[in-house]
Design a protein. Sequence first.
Length: 113
Amino acid sequence: MPDNAFWIAIAAAVLVWFFMSRLGKVAPAEARRLVSGGAILLDVRSPAEFAGGHLDGALNVPVSDIQVRAGELAKKGKPIVVYCASGMRSSSAARVLKGAGVEVHDLGAMSRW
């Protein structure tokens, strides 16, 4: 049976992961405010996931297409609020979009809306 140090290390790792996954994420109320003010709501999940349900008014550009379409999105001249299922793909998409000069706000998981 593992000792207490093992369980403390596991708990610490889980806490670090939880807080790190929230770093850089826009608050849900701020995301809704941005979208109501004209920001693009961008869903970077797959087309099948999008078809299975998405946030009202969202545009679907799968994360695999973000690199190719970043310039197109940048030309719209609007801030973007990006989301996905868990926050991993939205984080990746946000990095690419920021690199293209887009003002981007990463909501993370769609469930945070």
